[in-house]
Design a protein around this ligand. Sequence first.
Ligand SMILES: Cc1cc2nc3c(=O)[nH]c(=O)nc-3n(C[C@H](O)[C@H](O)[C@H](O)COP(=O)(O)OP(=O)(O)OC[C@H]3O[C@@H](n4cnc5c(N)ncnc54)[C@H](O)[C@@H]3O)c2cc1C
Length: 338
Amino acid sequence: MPTAISELTTMRLGGPAREFAVATTSDELVSLVQGADASGTPVLLVGGGSNLVVGDQGFDGLVVKVETAGMRVDGNSMWVAAGERWDSVVAASLDEGLAGLETLSGIPGLAGATPVQNVGAYGTVTSDVLETLTVYDRETGETSTWTPDRCGFGLHRQSVFKHSVRYVILDTTMSLRRSTASDPVRYAGLADRLGVTIGDTVRTAEVREAVLDLRGQKGMVLDAADHDTWSVGSFFLNPVLTEIPASASRAPQYPDPSGIKVHAAWLIQNAGFPHGYGAEFGNGTVSLSTKHVLAITNRGGARTADVMALASHIRDGVKAEFGITLVPECDLVGCSLS
Ligand SMILES: Cc1cc2nc3c(=O)[nH]c(=O)nc-3n(C[C@H](O)[C@H](O)[C@H](O)COP(=O)(O)OP(=O)(O)OC[C@H]3O[C@@H](n4cnc5c(N)ncnc54)[C@H](O)[C@@H]3O)c2cc1C
């Protein structure tokens, strides 16, 4: 039974878990959490560990690995247990002739964590398709069915689940479309790769193939042999600002419900941090990905402290150059930027 959290996270970081358990059914998941709550033991839920950075000291409590299983299609709805691998869910939905998830192909992690930061890519976010979810509330002790309006989606990568340990997501149901034609392509890079214009539709299978290809080129599909993917994907959020400083006026910008979203990768690169930067941190064990500056990667043998040092250095450099403070997108447990 693993007690090293580094074995559970895609960054391969994190010290020992004081206690460790695997939940293979929703009842087991709830009862493990209830048991820990009754004894005052802190709980850390781990899905695919792909958005989680845990400190070198580990976690002084119970780590629960979610391994619940099950997928069911009913008409245009797809029900999925929290422990199902997200990309298997996407592939299964397309095999069933359902459209809507194709642009979310290749995102690591498990289905239960997708609402946590309203996972998104290439113009689609989880909340676009989410119909209901079953949630256990650790404060009230109740399990109930939620509709997306309770989830606090809206702001970029935010929800009531993000940075909160109150809720356990047990399963989700998505409302999809019975078709082999994709949703209209909404992202320029994807349209270019497909040789279509924005707004066109193509076969869902083609979109999936193109997305996997584009993501692979950026090290955004997990590959144990490629250290560029030993990451949490984008380490920092794209900042959303009400006013863009003059120094950052050339940065790619996108409208957002709460302001203007600025391309964090552009800020990092233009603050003087190229692909592969930072090898002097942790004696070469950490650096920016050689394919994507938004990913901080473990080159093998890294410590969380070294990742925090590099992340702090990048944040400070961007702040000095543009006056914009980058904030981590991933969850930091038992560690923080300096
Ligand atoms: C190479 C790479 C590429 C990525 N690309 C993208 C991308 O394109 N778009 C994007 O949005 N994200 C991306 N990510 C981030 C990550 O894949 C997503 O955030 C994913 O949803 C995390 O799922 P997980 O199961 O790994 O969650 P974990 O990392 O295990 O957990 C994340 C957080 O959710 C909590 N949690 C986990 N399961 C549950 C549950 N059942 N109920 C309540 N809380 C829970 C955990 O306690 C933790 O706080 C990428 C990551 C990597 C490594």
